[in-house]
Design a binder for this molecule. Structure first.
Ligand SMILES: NC(=O)c1ccc[n+]([C@@H]2O[C@H](COP(=O)([O-])OP(=O)(O)OC[C@H]3O[C@@H](n4cnc5c(N)ncnc54)[C@H](OP(=O)(O)O)[C@@H]3O)[C@@H](O)[C@H]2O)c1
Length: 241
C-alpha cells in the first residue's frame, strides 16, 4: 500500500464534540487520514455510533464519554488517549448554545456556556499541551465562531455564546505564543452558519452556508500543515450562501 501523505497518519488525535455535527465529521476525516481518533462528548451512545462508523471504514477510533467542563473527565480523556500513543493533534469542537435575550440571560446560562465553550477548551488545550510537549510536537485547532469575531454582525440572544467565542480566539493566541519554542501550533477557525443541530436550534431561519464536511476538510488540511508562521491566527469562514 502507498505510504499516506497525511501528517496525521499513525498519530493520535483527540476530537471533542465528536458525537455529531462538525466534531463527528472532523473525527471521521481525521481517522480517514490514518490517525487514531479519540472521540469525546457526553453522550456515550452516539459517540460509540461514530466510533463504529470509523471502524467500519477500517479506521481506528476510541470513544471516551467526557464532559469537557469537568477537569476529572478531561484528565481521564487524555490518560486514555496517551495509552494509545503520544497525543499530537487536538480539535476542540465541543460547544453549547442556549439562546436568551440579554436581560434574561441567567447566571446559570452564562456560567454553563463559558464552562463548556471556554473553560472546556482551556482544559483540553492544557492537557494536550502537556502531552504535546512530551511528544515534542503538536497541532491544535480550536473552533470559535463569527459570533466571536470583532466587527462582524451579531445576532440577538447570544451574549454568553459570543463572549465565550471571543475567549476561544484569545486562548488560541496564548497557546501559540507559548507553543512556539516547543513545536506546538494552534489555529482557530470561526465559521458562520454550518448545517448542524446547533444552528437549527439557535436560528431555524438562518440558511447554512457550510456543511460539517466542508469544515472538517478545512480542519484536516490545517492539521496536515505545519502552519508555524500562522500559529495563533483566527480564520473567519464567511460563506456566500
Ligand atoms: N453550527 C454552526 O453554525 C456553528 C458556527 C460557528 C461555530 N460553531 C461551533 O462549532 C462547534 C461544533 O458545533 P456543531 O454545530 O457541530 O454543534 P452540535 O451539532 O450541537 O454538536 C456539539 C457537540 O458538542 C458536544 N458537547 C456539548 N456539550 C459538551 C460537553 N459539556 N462536553 C463534551 N462535549 C460536549 C455535543 O455532544 P454531547 O451533547 O453528547 O456532549 C456534540 O458532540 C461548536 O463549538 C460551535 O460553537 C458552530
Amino acid at each position: 500500500m502507498a505510504e499516506s501523505s497525511h501528517w496525521l497518519a499513525g498519530r493520535v488525535a483527540v476530537i471533542t464534540g465528536a458525537s455529531r455535527g462538525i466534531g463527528a465529521a472532523t473525527a471521521e476525516a481525521i481517522a480517514g487520514a490514518g490517525a487514531h481518533a479519540v472521540l469525546a462528548a457526553r453522550d456515550g451512545v452516539t459517540l460509540d455510533t461514530v466510533a463504529g462508523r470509523i471502524r467500519e471504514a477500517t479506521g481506528e477510533a476510541t470513544a471516551v464519554p467526557t464532559d469537557v467542563s469537568k477537569i476529572e473527565d478531561v484528565e481521564h480523556l487524555f490518560a486514555v488517549a496517551e495509552e494509545t500513543g503520544p497525543v499530537c493533534a487536538l480539535v476542540c469542537a465541543a460547544g453549547v448554545l442556549t439562546p436568551a435575550p440579554f436581560a434574561e440571560t441567567t447566571p446559570e446560562v452564562w456560567e454553563r456556556t463559558l464552562a463548556v465553550n471556554l473553560t472546556g477548551s482551556f482544559l483540553c488545550c492544557r492537557a494536550a499541551f502537556g502531552a504535546m510537549r512530551r511528544a515534542g510536537e503538536g497541532r491544535i485547532v480550536n473552533i470559535a465562531s463569527l459570533s466571536g469575531v470583532y466587527a462582524t454582525e451579531k445576532f440577538p440572544g447570544l451574549a454568553a455564546y459570543n463572549v465565550s467565542k471571543y475567549g476561544v480566539i484569545g486562548l488560541t493566541e496564548a497557546i501559540a505564543t507559548e507553543g512556539k519554542e516547543l513545536g506546538i501550533t494552534a489555529i482557530c477557525i470561526s465559521p458562520g452558519a454550518v448545517d448542524t443541530s446547533m444552528l437549527r436550534r439557535a436560528n431555524p431561519e438562518l440558511r447554512p452556508g457550510l456543511t460539517p464536511f466542508e469544515v472538517a476538510e478545512l480542519i484536516l488540511a490545517l492539521l496536515d500543515s505545519p502552519l508555524t508562521a500562522a500559529s495563533g491566527a483566527n480564520i473567519p469562514l464567511f460563506s456566500n450562501a
